[in-house]
Write a protein that binds this ligand. Structure first.
Ligand code: RP5
Length: 168
């Protein structure tokens, strides 16, 4: 679903609906930084034709970055990257069996020649994927750049204002 009536600039896709509790943190960050996006389940093994259609049409539709989250044998980010010139950010989702180490290695260990920017496992990775996507969009958008800078200033100030680790 698009975030607003404005054209989405970031595509947030995931291999399964079950990835949403992690991937919603990417969307939260994009919302916070005022970046338009769309969200969609695109599975590399359950809907391979959709994967190709989505990735091939992404740049033409005006997307600037794709965030792809997947767990287990997580081939979604790499396959999407192989079908688009857009930067692809991969988020390894925690798996039940191997706690996301499988997802991390599947996404990070791309053979040279097709790049996927791999983030941390889980919530931190999804949050940073949203942040990094915004930073990429900010290269051509001063409003988003100002929002990224304000976010970081606020984050720094919060730490400086609360130096006592025991305080509530
Ligand atoms: C991957 O398999 C998905 O990205 C998800 O993390 C994992 C499990 O999917 P479900 O069985 O919950 O649909 O493709």
């Amino acid at each position: 679903m698009p975030s607003s009536k404005q054209a989405p600039r970031v595509g947030v896709i995931m291999g399964s609906k079950s990835d949403w509790p992690v991937m919603e943190h990417a969307v939260e960050m994009l919302d916070r930084l005022g970046v338009t996006y769309e969200t969609r389940v695109v599975s590399a093994h359950r809907t391979p034709d959709l994967l190709f259609e989505y990735a091939k049409g992404a740049a033409e539709r005006g997307l600037q970055v794709i965030i792809a989250g997947a767990g287990g044998a997580a081939h979604l980010p790499g396959m999407v990257a192989s079908q688009t010139p857009l930067p692809v950010l991969g988020v390894p989702v925690e798996s039940k069996a191997l706690k996301g180490l499988d997802s991390l290695l599947s996404i990070a260990q791309m053979p040279g020649g097709i790049a996927v920017g791999t983030l941390a496992i889980g919530k931190a990775g999804a949050t940073n994927a949203g942040l990094l996507a915004a930073q990429i969009v900010a290269l051509q958008d001063d409003k988003v750049r100002a929002a990224v800078e304000a976010f970081r200033t606020e984050q720094t100030q919060k730490v400086l204002d609360n130096p006592d680790p025991r305080a509530e």
